[in-house]
Design a protein around this ligand. Structure first.
Ligand code: PMP
Length: 454
């Protein structure tokens, strides 16, 4: 099959996600035939370094032998069975491991098959919990500006990324939005030059606290992406915000939902980002890295307190009657067990510290670049924010599509970058070698030059 053939066939029948399909009249679709480690390979043998871990899922690279082995072995015994009324070894073992490795107090696992659905589960459980314990007036969710929690209507509703949300606003529940603690200098009313991340995050928290104190009686939960608002442009904040938020939520009887779908499994330098603040949420949503990017799977973990509020005589009507056909799929759970086995095989957090340090030093030149407002990093996420006039905090207009220029250039160089507007970022698989990081950073620097040229 030749390349143009596959791309043309795809355009004829596949509606590609998050895409203005008309772009593909001039922007070629990239067919991928194989993948191994950090490399994707086209049918004609061109290799592309997957610098974004295929939408942040592929933490141990493609087709990691341990994960593949777990999947193959599972295929020989049990493919799928419904999880209502039935159970199986992979889902039990996985749940035991997740409960053991996540913050103290999270003791129950509810499965779905994508991140958005895991968020929906957390929202519904929180709302339903308050009803079950006789506080039905608690119905509102609090979210941070610039947050992203997925695309289904509930998850989209508690997000604040206008590009994805605005069109569907009439269909949605309305959350209470508080200002993000995002410490980026490009945020319009953000951190002042000289103001540290911690001070700024504390200052932002005081706004949140005022809202929580005034409206606690009607709020079920606050939902946050811990430390990094990924889809919102890899905007980052200080863990003090999470620490203060946890204390306030406990004091005011409000749930804390931590969406670790993008940040979980070592991405930020701890196994889970909320460990930077040493906090335990009431709900934790996980997906993406859970199966190492091999199969779709998501889980919402919660506490015994929440679980107990649903545990009653059938006739009480308190059960959580939510289901997905593929919930707890054995193949996906076995794959997740493979991912956890890779984690257990060596000290990935320490390996990542070294790799993260190298990403930082190799991108030093960008910190002097006249069109770079900021280079920021949290663990294995490094983001470069381009701006028309960084000193005036003036972004490049969105319609100039500077990020797209960077994408096209990098692809010609054999690197997959997928910018978020004016923000280019690296979020590579943890199996990337130092030499590959050097190459990646070379291409990133050149891509910034190309994207910022007049
Ligand atoms: N929450 C966060 C923080 C995410 O980054 C994403 C996906 N980018 C989601 C939720 C939604 O996950 P999914 O795409 O699997 O529905």
């Amino acid at each position: 099959m030749s390349l143009p053939d596959l791309a043309a066939r795809s355009r004829a029948v596949v509606w590609h996600p998050c895409t203005q399909m008309q772009d593909h009249e001039w922007l070629p679709l990239v067919p991928v035939a194989k993948a191994e480690g950090v490399w994707l390979e086209t049918p004609d043998g061109q290799r592309i370094l997957d610098a974004v871990s295929s939408w942040w899922t592929n933490i141990f690279g493609h087709r990691h032998p341990v994960i593949v082995d777990h999947l193959k072995r599972q295929l020989d015994t049990l493919d799928h069975v419904l999880l209502a009324g039935f159970t199986h070894e992979p889902v039990v073992s996985l749940s035991e491991k997740l409960v053991a490795m996540t913050p103290e107090g999270l003791s129950r696992c509810f499965y779905a098959d994508n991140g958005s659905a895991a968020v929906e589960v957390a929202l519904k459980m929180s709302f339903h919990y308050w009803r079950n314990i006789g506080r039905p007036e608690k119905q509102r969710f609090v979210t941070l500006s610039n947050s992203y929690h997925g695309e289904t209507l509930g998850a989209l509703a508690v997000g604040d990324t206008g590009m994805y949300r605005d069109t569907y606003a009439p269909l949605m529940l309305t959350p209470i939005t508080v200002p993000s603690p995002d410490c980026s200098l490009m945020q319009p009313h953000g951190r002042q030059p000289g103001e540290g991340w911690e001070d700024y995050s504390r200052r932002r928290f005081s706004d949140t606290l005022a809202v929580l104190e005034a409206r606690a009686a009607e709020i079920c939960a606050v939902i946050v992406e811990p430390l990094v608002q990924c889809a919102g442009g890899m905007r980052m904040y200080h863990p003090i915000y999470l620490e203060l938020l946890r204390k306030a939520c406990s004091r005011l009887d409000i749930h804390l939902i931590v969406d670790e779908i993008a940040t979980g499994f070592g991405r930020t330098g701890q196994m889970f980002a909320c460990e930077w603040a040493n906090i335990a949420p009431d709900f934790m949503c996980l997906s993406k890295g859970l199966t190492g990017g091999t199969l779709p799977l998501a889980v919402t973990l919660t506490t015994e307190t929440v679980y107990d509020a649903f545990y009653d005589d059938y006739r009480s009507g308190k059960a959580f009657l939510h289901s997905h056909s593929y919930t707890g799929n054995p193949l996906a759970c076995a794959t997740a067990l493979g991912t956890l086995a890779v984690f257990e095989s060596c000290d990935w957090l320490s390996i990542n510290r070294g790799l993260g340090q190298l990403m930082w030093t190799q991108t030093a030149r960008l910190r002097q670049h006249p069109h770079v407002a900021e280079v920021r990093q949290q663990g294995m996420i490094l983001a470069v924010e381009m701006a028309k006039a960084p000193s005036r905090r003036e972004p490049f207009p969105a319609e100039e599509r500077r990020g797209l220029r960077a994408y096209q250039y990098a692809l010609e160089q054999g690197v997959l970058l997928r910018p978020l507007g004016n923000t280019l970022y690296l979020m590579p698989p943890f199996v990337i070698s130092p030499r590959e990081i050097e190459r990646l950073c070379e291409v990133l620097i050149a891509a910034v030059d190309v994207a910022c040229a007049p």
